[in-house]
Write a protein that binds this ligand. Sequence first.
Ligand code: SF4
Length: 111
Amino acid sequence: MSKVNRYEYEGKIIEIPLRWDEHSKKEIEDYSLFIEQSPIYTPEGRPLLLTIEDACPHAVMVDDDPASIDCGSCVYFRQPAESILGVCHNEKMRCVSAKQRNTSSNKEETL
Ligand code: SF4
């Protein structure tokens, strides 16, 4: 059975597989599956993103630094400590259908 690191982001559980890295001689997190499955949403329909994700047209950067080109530099990005994933809190990026899907699947689970 492969090893995973499990995280919880605003109600969404994410499992990141670990793989052996020959260069660093240690296990590292493998985000390739996360990228394949993207976009992934929280139960509230907010996208879960990598900090290095290219900024979208709705970004508001924390500074005027031209190097600020990714979600990690955006005021809407909420990133837990020691994580390279975070949640976008920009309402323009919220997916209403993802929220509805989550709500209906939660209702089905409770029936
Ligand atoms: S955090 Fe959200 S609003 Fe900001 S750049 Fe990323 S996707 Fe766009």
